[in-house]
Design a protein around this ligand. Sequence first.
Ligand code: CA
Length: 234
Amino acid sequence: METKRKILIIEDEHDISRILRDYLTKNQYEAAVASNGQDGLQMMDMLQPDYIILDIMLPDMDGIDVCREIRRRNNIPILILSARGSDTDKVLGLGFGADDYMTKPFSLSELLARINAHFRRYDSLTLASERDRTDLLRLANLEIDKKAYKVSLDGNEVSLSAKEFELLHYLASNKNQVFSKSQLLDAIWGYAAYGDENTVTVYIRRLREKIEADPSHPAVLKTVWGVGYKFNHE
Ligand code: CA
């Protein structure tokens, strides 16, 4: 079974939070309630919700401060509930990180529609980036297949070690971007702090021998003097 999305409701008016919780639960979400700002922040850390509904008038903290504090910690979507009137201007006028807002009294079905729409957008973006990651990279006469861990040059398979493959794939997925040896060490080997940057030099040389027409005058894996390396592609 699919895991349910978790929504945290930070709202001190019990009638409203109960109605919200029941309604969201009926509509395939998991919902939890915090009745003040401090509890809300604590529950956010504990529950790791996927979405937050935040009342702006709370007994212990200004909802806007709660919103800022949430935003300081992560980029979870926040929908603000505000009372009709001056709050609305405040919510709209200040760029403090809320994604959406509704004025009380609000329609439950509209609230649900907005939440659903958020997750639909989110899912389609996530799917698109998964697809991009698994796609074949085709650059000049090279084809790099991340799924199969295979590289071919002019249609002929090139035999690479796993790390050689990962280094080439990393540079090719960020073509024309220059990376220092320590950045590459960190990205591919994951131990920049203790690693020997010479490792990168050695792997670049090996890759050049395998994919460059003239390894001593590389056209693809270029050295950028004093900085590092890049995958060169017009
Ligand atoms: Ca309130």
